[in-house]
Ligand binder design. Structure first.
Ligand code: UD1
Length: 451
């Protein structure tokens, strides 16, 4: 595969963002003054966890693409940088991105980009399919305990890929080309399903993925790949069949709405005893989360593409376990714990997806919550009131949960390192202000400490 010799093409980012500088390196804090019920409407954009994969999918065929419903969030910008490093050019404008993919690619994802976002590992399947080789640094992203990629590698190996780990870089090669295979996943991993799907669409023969993840974002990815010419059956079920085709062609796509962004605003309504309607979402994708909001005492109403939640004067306790879709989403777990921290009784949440998604617990307890851990179980003894203080946003959802807690806490809650929240939510504080929240953004460390 010929290597691109020209320098990188860096296009202008929307609103001044430049894919060459993927992360807003400025650290921010959000100061939330609690006690104001949120009321009104908020619209959500496309799902981060879908768009990141659409950006990767574009690498699979040269030509021009357009993606719509794209939020201005740090992880999308970062994935833009990853595919630009590989050779694509991204032009962001409003909520769209136009991507040009050249005939020749540099099939590598470097450590400085990959270590910031685990989803970068998905270029592995796409590049193996398109180029027959890939060099990818081992992934980073949120630290929820050990997050291995063994299922990704086992699946790709079954399809003819060979791997070598050299200086922290995974070097992959499919010398004789990828071939269809039966891939049975030990666990319905979202990323492993997607990596094998990428590999399968251009492999020789048929690939069958059993125990596949059933997430709506995987269905959405399959739909986009289908527009590019892939032949995929069963996406959204636990058995996905892919008939490999020799080549794909460019397409346009509008991403599925972000159910996690929608769910977070619904919890914001619930925790403040407010009345919030989320528009442009798919209620079906939040079925389990809505059931649990109902069980804590929220009134919920759904339309074709909207959900309304009216919060109770005080939530009741509820128990549940996080599970792969259609179970309760692990990425809604910290927000739900924030809500249950002021419930009228004790709740138990069991985290089944990640071994260590609990760094937010200590921060929530600084606000006066009474949350303890027993293995994978989070025990939440509801308190009458939280009390604002400085806390740190350790990852996207933890940060969002702490802001939600701040909305109900007495006094000011300063959530430092709010740039983590910006990885997954566009205009988070602005949307909350529009709903009536008292929240200001300032540089980290202005006037408060997080000791
Ligand atoms: C995706 C989402 C993330 C969400 C998660 C679970 C994106 C960009 N991220 O992450 O927001 O929290 O799904 O819904 O879409 N595992 C292994 N071996 C593997 C692969 C995974 O042990 O080869 C484990 C992981 O460590 C984790 C669990 O399986 O404990 C689930 O991971 P997975 O479903 O793969 O999540 P991601 O695709 O990384």
């Amino acid at each position: 595969m010929a290597m691109r010799t020209m320098g990188r093409v860096v296009s202008r980012g929307r609103g001044g963002r430049t894919p060459g500088l993927p992360y807003n390196r400025h650290v921010h804090q959000l100061v939330v003054t609690g006690g104001f019920p949120l009321r009104g409407e908020v619209a959500v954009l496309g799902a981060k966890n879908a768009i990141l994969k659409h950006l990767v999918a574009t690498l699979m065929a040269p030509g021009s693409y357009r993606l719509d419903n794209v939020p201005d969030i740090a992880d999308v910008t970062l994935m833009g940088s990853v595919i630009e490093h590989i050779g694509a050019t991204c032009r962001f404008s409003g909520t769209s991105v136009e991507i040009d993919v050249p005939d020749e690619l540099v099939p590598e994802a470097p450590i400085d980009l990959v270590r910031r976002m685990r989803a970068s590992i998905l270029v592995l399947g796409a590049l193996l399919a398109r180029c027959g080789e890939a060099r990818v640094a081992l992934p980073g992203g949120d630290d929820f305990g050990s997050r291995p990629i063994d299922m990704h590698l086992d699946g790709l190996k079954a399809m003819g890929a060979e791997f070598e780990l050299v200086h922290g870089e995974l070097r992959a090669r499919a010398t004789g080309g990828l071939r269809g295979a039966e891939v049975s996943l030990d666990f319905p991993s979202v990323g492993a399903t997607e990596n094998v799907l990428f590999a399968g669409v251009m492999a020789r023969g048929t690939t069958v993925i059993s125990n596949a993840a059933r997430e709506p974002e995987i269905q959405d990815l399959a739909e986009f790949l289908g527009k590019m010419g892939a032949i995929i059956r069963g996406a959204g079920t636990s058995t996905i069949e892919v008939d490999g085709v020799p080549s794909l062609s460019p397409a346009s796509h509008r991403a599925v709405p972000d159910r996690l962004e929608a769910g977070t605003y619904l919890v914001a309504g619930a925790i403040t005893g407010g009345d919030v309607t989320v528009r442009d979402c798919v209620p079906e994708h939040l079925r389990m989360e809505l059931r649990k909001l109902g069980e804590v005492g929220c009134e919920t109403e759904v339309g074709k593409d909207w959900i309304r939640v009216i919060g109770p004067s005080r939530p009741g306790p509820v128990d549940f376990a996080t599970l792969p879709y259609p179970g309760f989403h692990t990425d809604m777990h910290p927000q739900m714990v924030a809500l249950l921290s002021i419930a009228s009784g004790t709740s138990v949440i069991t985290e089944n997806i990640y071994a260590a998604r609990f760094r937010y617990v200590g921060e929530l307890n600084r606000l006066g919550a009474e949350v303890s851990l027993e293995g994978q179980h989070v025990i939440i003894r509801g308190v009458d009131r939280l009390s604002g203080c400085p806390v740190d946003a350790c990852d996207i959802r933890a940060g969002a949960a702490l802001v939600l807690a701040g909305l109900t806490a007495e006094g000011d809650t300063t959530v430092t390192d709010a740039q983590h929240i910006d990885r997954g939510y566009s205009s988070f504080d602005q949307h909350l202000r529009d709903l009536g929240a008292h929240i200001v953004r300032e540089p980290n460390g202005s006037g408060t400490t997080t000791a």
